[in-house]
Design a protein around this ligand. Sequence first.
Ligand code: NAD
Length: 279
Amino acid sequence: MTTITIPPDAFDALKGKTVIITGGRSGIGEAAVNLLASHGANVVYGDIGPGSFIQPNVHFKKTDVTDFGTLQELFKFTEDNFGPVDIVLPNAGIHEEEDWNSEEWLNSTAGSKVVDVNYTGVLYTLKLALLSFKRSGKQGSVTITGSASSYLDSSPVCIYAGTKHGVLGLMRSAKTVVGPIARINLVAPWMVKTGLPGEGILELWGDLPLNSPLGVAKAILYAAVEEKFNGKGFFVGGDDIIELEEGIEGTRPQWLTQNQSDLVQEGWMKLSKPRQMNF
Ligand SMILES: NC(=O)c1ccc[n+]([C@@H]2O[C@H](COP(=O)([O-])OP(=O)(O)OC[C@H]3O[C@@H](n4cnc5c(N)ncnc54)[C@H](O)[C@@H]3O)[C@@H](O)[C@H]2O)c1
């Protein structure tokens, strides 16, 4: 496990870059938009409603990430106005109350909206990002906002945790398939002080360390600009950043046996190589 320190000049690379972020009007997304704008990027944020930005390099496009058509419009608007897209940040996410003890809740489709926004929305955004990079002929970068729930048991928010495990699986598998078209990473914040967990949960959290939206936004943007990162997963707790994927990969022989681990590696090479994307 490696603790990450962001170099002071890390975000200079954002100047002039074209960036799309979903869920940019509040919380972590809002902090990321402000950071991007202050470093001279052109930012287009897709969200269900506008935020309160006044910077001339920040642009809003009404987008519902569960609606593929509105995401296509978000990418078209960005490319038409700012040229090739450099960075895409699938960040929109929701949390809904889950009531596993309620017969009414069990006997309904409640919970599927979380899947639509947190998993399908990220998948749609990733597909359009790859299409955009492929057409431009220039490698792009994607950082997905996952969650500590991408890695950890997060009862009682079981559906939320399932979607966040899902986007981790998407990132892990896509990192090889996207080949030269893109780098892809995931940021996995533990509790962040935004509207998403809600006052009740934050009250229960008490005085345990919280992330700030800005601390998480910095992790997202560092993952996006640092060219050596691909297939990484950055846990963020109390604004400290720890890379998890290398450590987990390194212990595979311990939990899978050396023999099975070697066979898995061989299988991956056979299966994923011929299916790699190309310009
Ligand atoms: N707050 C936390 O403790 C925490 C922890 C881990 C991960 N996260 C993740 O961080 C991301 C941002 O959440 P946040 O904490 O900033 O909360 P937030 O509620 O402030 O931000 C979520 C944003 O997503 C937008 N959104 C919701 N549904 C949408 C849709 N269908 N289409 C487009 N935009 C939509 C909202 O309007 C909002 O701007 C989410 O993916 C969330 O799961 C948050």
